[in-house]
Design a protein. Structure first.
Length: 394
């Protein structure tokens, strides 16, 4: 019996039916609610259930179904976990359920249908990022490659926004770049799909004494079009979106068009994008015969576990990204991040060169600005400029 697959001798489990097969799981119940726990963030069954919007479970030889949701409120999660402790006892609870990545609720008596596909995807995105909001900083600062990514993007932002007063950030997350820019004296309007991430950013700004320069908007990146209609033309002196929000959007040209409306002529826009072609993975996985992993980013939508994110995402090459922005923006520079150092999920390889990591990081910075490495990084940073053309309709 365990949190991912429970099939112990006592039959205290249910079966979750998914398009890819059935999964036996431990569970707890309360009224019409059935609760499930996923221990591993890369596990596919919670993702599949959340993407479907409806969970079908076999419980005591009866097939039932209901809408499924991700529980993100910490006090509610603790209360639900106590149900698992009472059901399975302290020993098994500590072994399988005490530190869950996800807690799901299935309401087996609710007639509510799953929302339409695109709305369901956005609802899932919001709940996943709400789920990690209060622990997101540790995810970044606890991984030296993630720290390197943020150091490189912040250096590029400071270079690009030297003369900018008012900046738009798309997908601020927990504010790893937001706070330094606020402290530099810039005014920021931050958009994020996660209300909890925005709470974290506002609290950081309040503690730092810079909240008067911060405005937050709870919306996905695709809502920039609505923002553009509510703001005057050229409202912002610059904009950026790094390492996440744009890779969650399947249709980027409307976002580029909306950005062109709210950015002034010649304003910079800096994008940090999960790259379709990563030299480290292509070479490393290719040489070890793991060809499916070597070509994993070629998929149109990269699944959780391969993408290293808590959601499925869309990888884009630098030319693909440029093409989507070309009508309204011109490329100024591109750099790969990182290129000779491994991606963040392979950070263990850098431990072998612990003493030499600062030197490797400097080499990585230099090579990341040169052809062809600048388009072969784990991510790329692309700095664009708003073309001096008539503002688009949105």
């Amino acid at each position: 019996m365990n949190g991912e697959s429970s099939s112990g001798p006592d039959s205290r489990h249910l079966t979750l039916d998914l398009p890819t097969g059935s999964v036996p799981l431990g569970f707890a119940t309360e009224g019409s609610s059935v609760y499930l726990v996923g221990r591993d963030r890369s596990a596919r069954w919670p993702v599949q259930a959340l993407r479907e919007g409806v969970a079908r479970i076999r419980l005591a030889d009866e097939m039932v179904a209901g809408p499924v949701e991700l529980i993100t409120d910490e006090s509610e999660r603790r209360r639900i976990l106590e149900l698992f402790r009472a059901r399975y006892g302290d020993h098994d609870f500590e072994r399988w359920y005490a530190r869950p990545a996800r807690v799901l609720r299935v309401d087996v008596q609710s007639p509510s249908p799953a929302p339409p596909g695109r709305d369901r995807y956005r609802s899932w995105l919001e709940s996943e990022f709400d789920n990690v909001a209060y622990d997101y900083d540790r995810h970044i600062t606890g991984n030296r490659i993630n720290r390197l990514l943020r150091d490189r993007s912040l250096a590029e932002l400071r270079r690009s926004f030297r003369n900018a007063r008012r900046i738009l950030e798309v997908g601020c997350g927990s504010g790893m770049e937001t706070l330094p820019l606020l402290e530099d004296g810039h005014e920021l309007v931050c958009i994020d799909i996660s209300a909890r991430m925005l709470e974290v950013v506002r609290e950081k700004a309040r503690r730092a004494g810079v909240s008067e320069r911060l405005e937050t908007i709870h919306a996905p990146a695709s809502a920039i079009g609505s923002l553009a209609l509510s703001r005057t033309l050229g409202s912002f002196d610059g904009g950026y979106s790094t390492y996440g929000a744009l890779n969650c959007e399947p249709d980027l040209p409307p976002i580029a068009r909306a950005l062109a409306r709210v950015l002034r002529d010649d304003a910079p826009f800096v994008a940090g994008v999960y790259n379709r072609f990563c030299a480290f993975e292509l070479l490393g996985y290719g040489l070890t015969g793991r060809l499916s992993r070597a070509a994993g980013r070629a998929r149109h939508q990269i699944p959780v576990g391969t993408s290293r994110f808590c959601v499925d995402i869309y990888a884009l090459s630098a030319p693909e990204f440029e093409e989507r922005f070309r009508t309204w923006f011109r490329v100024e520079r591109v750099q790969g991040v990182p290129v000779v150092l491994p991606p963040s999920d392979l950070v263990g390889y850098t431990d072998r060169f612990d003493q030499g990591f600062p030197r490797l990081a400097r080499w990585d910075t230099v090579l990341g600005r040169r052809w062809p490495f600048r388009v072969l990084g784990d991510h790329f940073l692309m700095t664009l400029r708003r073309r001096a053309v008539a503002p688009p309709d949105t």
